[in-house]
Design a protein around this ligand. Sequence first.
Ligand code: SF4
Ligand code: SF3
Length: 545
Amino acid sequence: MSMFCYQCQEAAKNVGCSVRGACGKDDVTSNMQDLLVNVCQGIAVAAEKAPETFTQAHGEFISKALFATITNANFKQDDIAAFVTEGLAIRDAIKAQGSCCSSCCPPECFTWSPAGSADYDAQAAKVGVMNYNANEDLRSLISLIIYGLKGIAAYADHASVLGYTNPEIYAFYVKALAATTKDLGADEFTALVLETGEFAVKTMALLDEANTTSYGHPELSTVNLGVRANPGILISGHDLRDMAELLEQTAGTGVDVYTHSEMLPANYYPAFKKYDHFVGNYGNAWWKQNEEFTSFNGPILMTTNCIVPVKDAYKDRMYTTGVAGYPGVKHIADAPENGKKDFSAVIAQAKTCPAPVEIETGEIVGGFAHNQVMALADKVVDAVKSGAVKRFVVMAGCDGRHSDRQYFTDVANGLPDDTIILTAGCAKYRYNKLQLGDIGGIPRVLDAGQCNDSYSLAVIALKLKEVFGLDDINDLPISYDIGWYEQKAVAVLLALLFLGVKGIRLGPTLPAFLSANVAKVLVENFDIKPTGQVEADIAAMMAGH
Ligand code: SF4
Ligand code: SF3
C-alpha cells in the first residue's frame, strides 16, 4: 500500500510522506484518515441540502473526527475506522431525512456505500489529497482549507467538552467541507481560505471563553521545573478539562501531578494553581518525549497531540484519552453523560512507580494571556512611549525536531534588549528557559499559553492598536516570526491573515501543500515570507519589515 500526506512541516523532502510518515504514521492509518476526511465531506454535502437535519451532535462528531486526523494525535487505524463507520451512519441518517444532492453528479463521498469495514482500505487509497483536485493550485487551496478546519476542529472540541459550542462554527464545517468537493475556481477557494481564518478566530475566542470561564484567567505565575520525592503523573496535550479532573482525582492520594509540553500553561490558571500536589512542569516540547517519559518514571497521560512513536521503556505506563490513540497504549474512556472521566487506573499505577528523575531545576515565568497583559497595560504602554520597549516580536506556534529550528533560539538570543517576545504554543521551548531578563519589570518573554492562546496575542495587538489610536494593526511595532508544525498552526496562521496581519515570517520551511502560485498569492497579498538568516531577519524586523 502507499500513502501521500503533506499536512505538516515534516513532510518528507518538503514534498510529502509517501511510504510511511516521518511522524511514524503508517500507510494504512494515513489512508484511513484520508477516508475519514472524505466521509466528513460526505456528511457536509448531505447536510448542505438539509441544514435543519444537521445537529449539534453532528457538529461535535466532525470536530472529533477531524481532530483525530491531525498530526501526532491518533495512530490507531481501528479508531479511525470506527469514526468512518459512525460518520457514514450520520451521513446516511441525514440523507434519509430528505437530503438530496442538487448536483446531477453527486460526489462519491455522498454516494459511496460500503458493504462493511472490509471495503474501507480500498476506498481509503482512492480519496487522498491528490484526488482533491487535478489542478495543483486548487488542490493547494483546498488543502489549506481542510488543514485550517482540522485546527479549528481541535479547538472546537476542547471548547465543547467544557460545554461551549457555537452553531455557526458547525455550519461553517458544512459550508467549507461541501465546497471542497465542488468545481469552484481559485477566487472562490481563496475567499474560503480567508473565511476559514475568520472561523479560526471565532473558535479560538470560544475556547478562550470556555477555558477562562471554567478555570479563571491565566495570571502571572512562576512554574517550578524541578521534582519532588513523591510518585507523579505527567499530563501532556491541550485538554484543560482532563487537567481539572486529573487534579481533582489525585488530590490527597500522595501522587503529584506535573505538566509536559503544551500543558505547561495549566500552571497559570487559578483553578489549578490551588492544588498543593500540582508541582510544576517536567521537560520540554513534544519531540523530546522519549527521553523525558523514560526518566519521568510514572504514568503519562496524553490528552491530545503530539505523540511520538512510543518506546517500550514507558509504553506500559502511558495512557491516551479523548481523540488521542496509539496501538498497544491503554486508553481512558470518555466521561459518561454529565459525569467525569475515571483516572483511577492511572493513579493506581502511579502509586507503584518511583518518583521522577530530576532533569532540570529552577523556575520559569508565564501567564501573560490577554487579561494579565491588560492588567499591565499602563506599564506596557509607558514602556513603548518612553522608548524602553522598541519592538514586540510574536514568536508563537509549534516546536519540532528539525535542527533548523535552532533559528528561533538564535533569534531570541540575538534580539536587542529593548524587544519583547510574545509567545504561545510549544514554540516557546526554543527560548523560554533562556535568561533574557526584563524591561522595567516586564519579562522579555511573555508566554500567553497554548497555541490556541495565540488568540490572546491577537487581542493584545488589537488593544494596543486602539490605545495608540492607529488605523492599521500593521502600524504597531510588532513583528511576527512564527514556527509551525501541525494543522492547529495552520488555523492560527489563517486567523492572523484574516485579522489583516501582514509581513509574517514563517518557518523553518513553508508548507509543502502551498503550490508555487498559492505561495505567490500569499506573498503578494500578505507579504508572508520564509524565515531566513538570523541576523538579517533580526535587522529587518527591527526596521519594521
Ligand atoms: Fe508526513 Fe507530517 Fe503527514 Fe506525518 S503528518 S505523514 S510527518 S506530512
Ligand atoms: Fe505543539 Fe504538537 Fe503545535 Fe499546540 S504540541 S503547538 S506541535
